[in-house]
Structures are given as structure tokens and as C-alpha cells.
Design a protein around this ligand. Structure first.
Ligand code: URA
Length: 441
């Protein structure tokens, strides 16, 4: 077999066989297939796509390219969730403890932020002492005892995705449905949970900007999960507007804690309750409606917040930060971005707002960059709201003038203000499961 022929076939729109996909993934991981050939293949896949069978073969081959986790030593149904990535998306920090406090085990491997999107591991590491690299036995013990542990993906899991993602990131091939579906699902399958709830983001801050593409991505991922013997469903949620009001690591931790106290922003609370309800439903805790009520109660009675504090303590973090989030260090500089004119906020380019937060120091431009946990954006106004000239749109948190200036320019150019109030956007568009697509708007 020659990689050249595989590229040629895919370039012409032909389907790759199971054997060809296996040859390609193995050869790329062990270094026999060079980056330049894989780059050509990625671009051919980007333009020609893959059929469902090819996507499934690619996902399974990637999932088994390194270590996999067997969660069977932990009793009960283990539930995982995954977001396709967004701005202000701190849902794992809320739904994980909600679900775990109701007796469903969450053994979660999360990622770091890359590009304009944030990552749960970075947010948790803003708590002093919190460890996200934990030996497997200890990880299992924490899940057994606290119901939840959240760690980074360990060393040799899904090396095919690590290499492929790095290449996609520099070859403009990230936003491809077969490549996103195989990347996400290979990691979910390798992580070993029985049930998987996917949060597929749609809109200007998501990798999939259109609703149709997001639904199509969700359908592919759900069908891969089910084919691999897992329970799986997806919610399609709005990422045309940042989720909640906080963007940046410790700012988002604080907002997640507020949400677990029952004082969170409405949009974030609603998305979290819906995700938690679906995770509980997938763990046989009742109908989605019953599970939504249980999730609401776990927030109301404080048991979910207690669960987050217990997890933080077990993972070496200072749990006082959960009870007193004002302990999080404040950025050296705060800067108010003001509305240049009066009107309604008619558009928020959410990817642009994510980039503004990276410019402030909250994210990385390359994977080795250091991040400033205190940096980020506290929104004061959002899409649809009326503002008068001079009103504060957002407070930027940063460490120096240059970063603040760059962040402010990017933020302002990401917000449009017009004369007419825009139409309200739905928060949750659809649910995709083995029953098909259920649209809510
Ligand atoms: N998140 C992933 O893990 N992979 C992708 O390809 C896109 C988002």
C-alpha cells in the first residue's frame, strides 16, 4: 500500500477502505507517513468528505492508536460529556458536580484551551494546588469516593488525534465534519464511559457556524457512539453569543461557582440543566423532565456545590476558593470598554471575543504558551440589549497596557451596535439521539 495512492483516491472522491485507514493512521502515528502527505490527505478529506463507514473506521482506528481506559472497576453507569468548544463554556464545571451529586459517576478527561476556545483543565488549574495529572488508580479512587474527578488526557491516549489535531490546526482543516467527529469520538471512546452526552455548539463562536452543519456533525457523532456500543445523544446549543458573562479561567470558575449556588446567568444555568438532565437520563435516573427537576434540586440544596468542593480537595486544590471565590487573584489591570454609540447590540462575533480574551492572556497562541489565569473578559451587556453611548460593554482583565489595548480593539470590533432590536436567538436548538433529530426551534 502507498500513501500516495490513498491521497490520489481521496482526491477523486473515492472511499477509503478499513485496511487503508488502518495503514494510514498507524503509519502516521509511528512516523512512517510524513506530515506533508498527511496534510494533503486532510485537505482531500476536507473537500471530498467521508462516508459514515469511513468516519467510523477512522474513529475506531484513532481510539485504539494508544492507551484506552477500562472504567469497569468503578461500579455503576459512568457518564461523560463533551463540548465541541466555545467561548465562556464552563458547563463541565457545573454539570459534572450536579450529576455526580445525584449518584452518577463522572470520570472525565478534559482538554486545555486552544485557539479561541477555552478548556476545562485550564479553568480548574486556576485553583491553587489543583492537580489534573493523576495516576490512574488515584483517579479511580477519587471517582469512587467523590463521584467525580476531572483530569487532563494522560500521556499516550489517542496519539493519532494529538498528531492529527496539531496538523489540522496549521493546515486550515479543523472545520471538517468527518475530522471533528473522529477527533472527538475517538477520545470519548478511549476514555471508557458507558454514556456520552455531546454539546455541539453552533454559531459564530463554534467550529460549526451553521445549524445544518452542527446537526450533521451531531448525527455522525451520535451514530458512531451507538455503533461502538455506547449510549449517546447530543444537544445543539447556541454559541453565537458567549455563554454566561465570564470569559477567562478564574473568571469562569467564579461564574460556575455562582451557578452552582443558584445565582448564575440564565443562559448558562439553562444549558447546564439540560445537559445534566440528559446525562442523568442516560444513566437511567428517569425521564429527561424528571432528571431536569433532580438537577435543579441538586443546585438548590447545595449538594452539587459540595460535590465540586470535595473533588477540588481530593485533587489537591484549595477548596476555600470554592466557598470564597473572591480569593481568586484579580488581574493587575481592569479596563472598561464603553459603547461608542447608542443602540442595540445586534451581533457579537463570539470567535472574535474568544480571540480578545486570548490577547488579554487567558489563552494560548501555541500549545506551549503560559496563560494568565486572572485574565479575561467580564461582559456587562450581551446580544439584544439596549446600550447608551458610554455604557460599559465589558470589563477587560489583563496584566499590561499592550495586552489591554489589543484585547479592547478586538473586543470592540467584535460587537455591532444598530438601531433595531435583533430577534431573540434560541439557546437550545435540537436534540439528536437514536430516535433522530428533535428540533426545539
Ligand atoms: N474538539 C476536538 O476535540 N476536536 C476537534 O476536531 C474539534 C473540537
Amino acid at each position: 500500500m502507498r500513501m500516495y495512492d490513498l491521497i490520489e483516491n481521496k482526491k477523486k472522491g473515492m472511499a477509503l477502505t478499513k485496511e487503508e485507514i488502518s495503514y494510514m493512521v498507524k503509519g502516521f502515528v509511528n512516523g512512517e507517513i510524513p506530515d506533508y502527505q498527511m496534510s494533503a490527505m486532510l485537505m482531500a478529506i476536507y473537500f471530498q468528505g467521508m462516508n459514515d463507514q469511513e468516519i467510523t473506521y477512522l474513529t475506531l482506528e484513532m481510539a485504539h492508536s494508544g492507551d484506552t481506559v477500562d472504567l469497569s472497576p468503578i461500579e455503576g453507569i459512568k457518564v461523560d460529556k463533551h463540548s465541541t468548544g466555545g467561548v465562556g463554556d464552563k458547563t463541565t464545571l457545573v454539570v459534572g458536580p450536579v450529576v455526580a451529586s445525584l449518584g452518577v459517576k463522572v470520570a472525565k478527561m478534559s482538554g486545555r484551551g486552544l485557539g479561541h476556545t477555552g478548556g476545562t483543565v485550564d479553568k480548574l488549574e486556576s485553583i491553587p494546588g489543583f492537580r489534573t495529572a493523576i495516576p490512574r488508580d488515584e483517579f479511580f479512587d477519587i471517582v469512587r469516593e467523590q463521584g467525580i474527578a476531572v483530569i487532563g488526557q494522560s500521556g499516550n491516549m489517542v496519539p493519532a488525534d494529538k498528531k492529527l489535531y496539531a496538523l489540522r490546526d496549521v493546515t486550515a482543516t479543523v472545520d471538517s465534519i468527518p475530522l471533528i467527529a473522529s477527533s472527538i469520538m475517538s477520545k470519548k471512546l478511549a476514555a471508557g464511559s458507558d454514556s456520552i452526552v455531546l454539546d455541539v455548539k453552533t454559531g459564530s463562536g463554534a467550529f460549526m457556524k451553521s445549524l445544518d452543519d452542527s446537526i450533521s456533525l451531531a448525527e455522525k457523532m451520535v451514530s458512531i457512539g451507538i455503533l461502538a456500543g455506547r449510549r449517546c445523544c447530543a444537544l445543539i446549543t447556541n454559541m453565537d453569543i458567549p455563554l454566561g458573562y465570564a470569559v477567562g479561567n478564574s473568571l469562569e470558575m467564579t461564574e460556575a461557582i455562582r451557578t452552582l449556588r443558584g445565582n448564575g446567568p440564565e443562559d448558562l444555568t439553562q444549558v447546564c440543566l439540560e445537559l445534566a438532565a440528559n446525562m442523568l437520563h442516560m444513566a437511567d435516573k428517569g425521564s429527561v423532565q424528571e432528571c431536569r427537576e433532580q438537577a435543579g434540586k441538586a443546585i438548590e440544596d447545595g449538594s452539587a456545590l459540595q460535590c465540586l468542593a470535595a473533588m477540588v480537595k481530593a485533587q489537591g486544590g484549595d477548596e476555600n476558593y470554592i466557598w470564597e471565590p473572591e480569593r481568586f487573584e484579580e488581574a493587575k489591570m481592569l479596563y472598561e470598554v464603553k459603547a461608542p454609540v447608542s443602540g442595540y447590540i445586534t451581533h457579537m462575533d463570539t470567535e472574535g471575543i474568544g480571540i480578545a480574551s486570548v490577547l488579554l492572556g487567558a489563552g494560548r497562541n501555541t500549545k506551549d504558551d503560559c496563560i494568565d489565569y486572572s485574565a479575561g473578559i467580564q461582559l456587562k451587556k450581551k446580544y439584544g440589549q439596549r446600550v447608551e453611548a458610554g455604557d460599559v460593554l465589558a470589563v477587560l482583565h489583563g496584566s499590561d497596557q499592550d495586552r489591554i489595548r489589543a484585547g479592547a480593539d478586538k473586543f470592540l470590533s467584535s460587537c455591532a451596535i444598530g438601531d433595531l432590536a435583533p430577534a431573540k436567538e434560541p439557546l437550545i436548538y435540537a436534540r439528536v439521539s437514536d430516535y433522530g433529530v428533535e428540533r426545539f426551534s
